[in-house]
Design a protein around this ligand. Structure first.
Ligand SMILES: NC(=O)c1ccc[n+]([C@@H]2O[C@H](COP(=O)([O-])OP(=O)(O)OC[C@H]3O[C@@H](n4cnc5c(N)ncnc54)[C@H](OP(=O)(O)O)[C@@H]3O)[C@@H](O)[C@H]2O)c1
Length: 213
């Protein structure tokens, strides 16, 4: 299937969690980690997030100092997007909302005409981004549920990780890189390490892996 090259980026605690109780502690990783997050966005033609992450992190999905901004893609089953979310007020790439659920999207006041709503599967959406919107590189910033869905499609080519071993969140219901622990993936996916950057002064390690196919 035609699809973009897909990368993901997450920070995980020593106990493998990506989120804590709501509200999530802000800035729980270093400034250097935040700079890396922006660097990883810089090459992307489009950025992809789940609706949960968009809401929790109040993301606007832009890249500083770049004239051609990446498309901003949001994935939701329900289509319930808050029209007052800051993403709609911040100038940036066109917004593409994928709604996979049965019901038509209830985005009642798209204040911005650059919002396109897609009603299809995640797999179909990846194809649409590549074939109709010339997206060659798609960068996903979570959360765990969405990354799990990409892993089920075996559609992750690069996996970037900040190991933030300075923190433990705990929590039975705390998401991991593949969401709240549930069933095994249909099969394990192998990756090979491409970048290893331990930062003892930060208590963090920046890692990048590529899918071994
Ligand atoms: N540490 C990190 O690097 C990092 C990165 C990202 C997020 N987070 C944290 O992770 C938490 C969110 O985790 P999460 O696993 O709940 O996040 P998520 O995947 O962003 O959000 C879940 C919601 O996104 C939509 N969604 C996700 N996958 C979908 C799919 N395959 N098809 C259709 N809709 C899909 C659904 O939205 P609807 O409910 O609208 O249907 C779902 O309820 C937040 O606390 C956030 O701060 C941490």
């Amino acid at each position: 299937m035609l699809r973009p090259l897909i990368s993901t980026n997450l920070a995980v605690t020593a106990d493998g969690k990506i989120s804590s109780v709501t509200p999530r502690p802000t800035g729980w990783t270093s400034r250097e980690d935040h700079a890396r997050l922006l660097e990883l966005r810089a090459d992307a033609d489009a950025i992809l997030v789940g609706r949960g992450t968009l809401d929790a992190d109040r993301m606007t999905l832009t890249v500083p100092n770049r004239s051609a901004q990446p498309l901003r893609c949001i994935v939701s089953r329900s289509g319930r997007i808050d029209p007052a979310h800051p993403i709609f007020a911040k100038a940036g790439g066109d917004i593409h909302l994928l709604v996979t659920g049965e019901n038509p999207p209830s985005l009642t006041s798209p204040q911005d005409s650059r919002i396109t709503v897609h009603h299809q599967t995640l797999r179909g959406f990846l194809h649409t981004l590549a074939s109709e919107f010339q997206v060659r590189r798609l960068h996903c910033e979570g959360g765990g549920q969405l990354i799990r869905a990409l892993a089920e499609l075996d559609a992750i080519d690069e996996f970037h990780l900040t190991l933030a071993g300075h923190t433990l969140f705990g929590g039975q219901q705390a998401a991991t890189a593949t969401g709240i622990p549930a069933e095994f993936l249909p099969r394990s996916l192998d990756f090979e390490i491409r970048h290893f950057d331990p930062r003892p002064e930060l208590g963090e390690c920046f890692l990048s892996y590529a899918r071994r196919r």
